[in-house]
Design a binder for this molecule. Structure first.
Ligand code: ARG
Length: 462
């Protein structure tokens, strides 16, 4: 018999049981469901809604079920529909009549909202931990490469020289914002919905604040209809995860490019790359490609969730059961991607010589040559034109700007002196960009220090 079977005269069709059931994917909520029930039942006892003795019996039995599930001793049943009813059914089979009092003053609608909030809070903490570990790896690598020059690109064309540390710290900033977004999402998830009932709260004098305290929630929800029927906190997490995945996928794209023969800026460690079944020479950056590819799943899940919720009338609708697989998949995906990506980054071989060689070709110092003329009193737009002509001359001669003799330089502008060679050296191009946010050693060091302070205060290791 179904827990809700009273008003029915027929058994549910087997196909409907299978179709309606969420146990295959919501079983992972078992621990949060049980802890939520224990807090609820303790409160029922304390408020005199059931006897303290019964509350104690139910809580002890729930703890026993938790232990048995963790030891693999419990079989979950499709006919019992979902994790909430499975556990209630097992409880009743174990302790009989008092077990039937657990659901007093509660609906599965506020129960599932509670479970999801509890579960997502724990997952956010874990995702933050993995993100923090990646950010630490970035800081460590940046510290080692404060003076490693490489081309910076716009339109994937060589543009101006930067350092590898500066490039890596750009990703650090992206992940820092992702971390802050997760904190905001956590805050909005940290609201306790129990007491909302099916939709219109309940007549029992529940102590909602007590349940919130027991379960470590910051506050209680303010509107019963809203608390059982919105999943914006689920969608927000799916969005935060999509953003992490988008950042990871950009980074992966660069690592794929950089490990190609054409760039040859980095080499993946053997333990983080794979071979070809036919071409014996191949070493492929599969890990980076897969992380890049998996960003598609995360975006898909976000759109699934937005679309499931679109146009749903208040309050709970069964459509909302579809929130789980999507957000669970996003969570599993981002966790797997973050941990494998950090491993890949930590073992990555940096080919600094090739980066430097690439930075020397392609007139990356042309802007600095124009700025040199500006310092000698020539208006920037005129200087831009003069250096443009000079670059064209260099291309014809197969030379770089600093290969030109002083009289060749002077033929473009009389103000050129021998000090131009120093002014357009790659080291100067970087070291003179020392304003906050720039690639010069001292600016990047300051940014690394800020990054460390941020991580120390972020609580990601708690
Ligand atoms: N398994 C359901 C879900 O995930 C639980 C809530 C069901 N409530 C209901 N009235 N059918 O949404």
């Amino acid at each position: 018999m179904k827990l809700w079977g009273g008003r029915f005269q027929k058994e549910t069709d087997k196909a409907v049981d299978a179709f309606n059931s969420s146990i295959s994917f919501d079983a992972r909520l078992y621990r949060h469901d049980i802890l939520g029930s224990i807090a609820h039942v303790k409160m029922l006892g304390k408020c005199g809604i059931i006897s303290m003795e019964e509350a104690g019996t139910i809580a002890a039995a729930l703890n026993g079920i938790l232990k048995d599930i963790e030891e693999g001793l419990v079989e979950l049943d499709v006919e019992a529909e979902d994790i909430h009813m499975n556990i209630e059914k097992i409880l009743i089979s174990r302790i009989g009549e008092s077990g039937k009092k657990l659901h007093t003053g509660r609906s599965r609608n506020d129960q599932v909202a509670l479970d999801m909030r509890m579960y997502l809070k724990d997952e956010i903490v874990y995702i933050k931990k993995l993100l923090g570990e990646l950010m630490e790896a970035l800081l460590a690598l940046a510290e080692k490469h404060l003076d490693t020059l490489l081309p910076g690109y716009t339109h994937l064309q060589r543009a101006q020289p930067v350092t590898l540390a500066h490039h890596l710290m750009a990703y650090f900033q992206m992940f820092r914002r992702d971390m802050e977004r997760l904190d905001g999402c956590y805050k909005r998830t940290n609201v306790m919905p129990l007491g909302s009932g099916a939709l219109a709260a309940t007549t029992y004098p529940l102590d909602r604040e007590m349940v919130a305290r027991e379960l470590g929630f910051e506050s209680i929800s303010e509107n019963s209809l809203d608390a059982v029927s919105d999943r914006d906190f689920v969608i927000e997490l799916a969005f935060c995860i999509s953003m992490v995945m988008m950042h990871l996928s950009r980074f992966c794209e660069e690592l794929v490019l950089w490990s190609s023969h054409e760039f040859s800026f980095v080499e993946m460690d053997d333990s983080f790359s794979t071979g070809s079944s036919i071409m014996p020479q191949k070493k492929n950056p599969d890990v980076a490609e897969l992380v890049r590819g998996k960003s598609g799943r995360a975006y898909g899940n976000l759109f699934t969730l937005l679309t499931v919720m679109k146009a749903l009338p208040l309050a709970y609708n069964k459509d909302m059961q579809e929130d789980k697989e999507a957000v669970f998949d996003s969570i599993d995906t981002v966790k797997a991607c973050l941990s494998v990506f950090t491993g890949m980054l930590k073992t990555l071989k940096i080919k600094g010589d090739n980066m430097y060689k690439a930075a020397r070709e392609g007139f990356l110092n042309a802007t600095d040559a124009a700025d040199y003329l500006v310092k000698k009193g020539i208006p920037f737009r005129t200087a831009h034109h003069i250096i443009g002509k000079m670059v064209n001359y260099c291309i014809e001669k197969g030379k770089s700007i600093d290969d030109l003799a002083l009289d060749e330089l002077k033929s473009f502008s009389q103000v050129m002196e021998a000090d131009i060679y120093e002014a357009v050296s790659l080291n100067k191009c970087v070291s003179e960009r020392k304003l906050p946010g720039g690639p010069a050693r001292e600016a990047v060091l300051a940014s690394i220090k800020n990054g460390r302070d941020f991580l120390d205060g972020s609580g990601f290791q708690d």
